[in-house]
Design a protein around this ligand. Structure first.
Ligand code: NAI
Ligand code: MG
Length: 357
């Protein structure tokens, strides 16, 4: 079976880093017979310039037909003055919503070669390898009622509502437990059950799902403590599962423990295993067009795509091993602190090296 992948390069450094990810897919095709067919589409600012809208109907259709979507990044100063419903970011939100991508997977891995890049002491983060599973289509970002309203006494108030249904909690919990089975077999569910009713239900449902996974250990943690523990002793975590808002905040925190925004991939999955894969960073307009962006986050997103959507876990492992090999050989893009025995390279050279490895 030939896998169909839609490639959305996007804006800023997007096209530069996606070109390197394509080299890696090409290497897998040549070297290991990976059957993959790549389509291209427009999203974000590039789509606004060409069609007037950040998510053209044609792009959404191609995304629905594909087995997976590989995205660079969207946005940039050129489109900052547009009203919010026409901005590049709407393209991303439209894809997530339109494809039903409810599970956001964000690994935070500290590569031993990059231990010095973390803001935390090396002995605290050495060996960090965790995965945050964030619910992406529910919670306070989407709950009703919402808005800014004026009370009868004339005082204005802002309202958002945190809602989670049992099925929404159950399906994200299952993603977390399945992921834990492929890793360290531990799940930490993060909530605010001491204050929020929605969290009490969350805890109840996650605990019920855990009964189906007797081989996986479940713990619960309040979100404030989880934030503290991430900075105090992050290696205690294997898989962390949480709602949309808590996950947004905690996943950025966990990501930065690794000290390298240019290294971190992500996946957003639907119920059937279709997914959108993208680096966690943005379009980096400050370095776009200079050939210095780190392509590894995008290349590692390809590895996640192979594992989660294409059923090619073995090849995913090869891509990750190739990235480690290249780091071990001392290659560094400028976003990563160099140090002794390292060699500064550009986007293309890094991509070529991974493809070769
Ligand atoms: P950013 O992630 O684009 O950049 C933050 C800093 O990290 C910059 O100094 C940048 O040069 C650096 N950086 C990011 N990726 C890098 C890479 N691969 N290699 C080397 N250095 C890298 O975030 P920022 O500056 O807040 O946003 C820039 C634009 O990107 C905005 O328009 C924003 O809306 C958009 N954005 C898009 C996202 C997406 O497409 N998923 C996510 C976050 C921001
Ligand atoms: Mg965020």
């Amino acid at each position: 079976m030939t896998h169909k992948v839609l490639v959305l390069a996007g804006d800023g450094i997007g096209p530069e880093i996606v070109a390197e990810a394509r080299k890696v897919l090409e290497a897998l095709r040549r070297g290991f017979g990976l059957a993959v067919e790549l389509e291209e589409g427009l999203v974000g600012g590039a789509a606004i310039d060409a069609t007037g809208t950040p998510l053209p109907e044609a792009t959404l259709r191609l995304a629905r037909e594909a087995d997976a979507v590989l995205l660079g990044a969207v946005g940039g100063p050129k489109w900052d003055d547009l009203p919010s419903e026409r901005r590049p970011e709407k393209g991303l939100l439209g894809l997530r919503g339109g494809l039903g991508l409810f599970a956001n997977l964000r690994p935070a891995v500290l590569y031993p070669e990059l231990a010095a890049a973390s803001t935390l002491r090396a002995e605290v983060v050495a060996g960090l390898d965790m995965l945050i599973v964030r619910e992406l289509t529910g919670g306070i970002y989407f709950g009703e009622p919402r808005g800014i309203r004026t009370r009868p006494d004339g005082v204005r108030e802002g309202v958002n509502t945190m809602v989670y249904s049992e099925p929404e909690i159950e399906r994200i919990a299952r993603v977390a437990f399945e992921a834990a089975r492929r890793r360290g077999r531990r799940v930490c569910s993060v909530d605010k059950a001491n204050v929020l009713e929605v969290s009490a239900l969350w805890r109840e449902v996650v605990t019920r799902v855990a009964a189906d996974y007797p081989d996986v250990e479940l713990a619960h943690m309040y979100v404030d403590n989880a934030a503290m523990q991430l900075v105090r002793a992050p290696r205690q975590f294997d898989v962390m599962v949480t709602g949309n808002l808590f996950g947004d905040i905690l996943s950025d925190c966990a990501a930065m423990l690794t000290g390298s925004i240019g290294m971190l991939p992500s996946a957003s999955l639907d119920a059937a295993g279709k997914g959108m894969y993208e680096p966690i960073h943005g379009s980096a307009p400050d370095i776009a067009g200079r050939g210095v962006a780190n392509p590894l986050a995008t290349i590692l997103s390809v590895a996640m795509m192979l594992r989660h959507s294409l059923g090619e876990g073995e090849l995913a492992g090869r891509v990750e091993a190739a990235v480690r090999e290249v780091l071990a050989a001392g290659l560094r893009t400028p976003d990563i602190d160099g140090g002794e025995g390292t060699r500064r390279v550009g986007t293309k050279e890094m991509g070529d090296a991974v493809a070769a490895a």
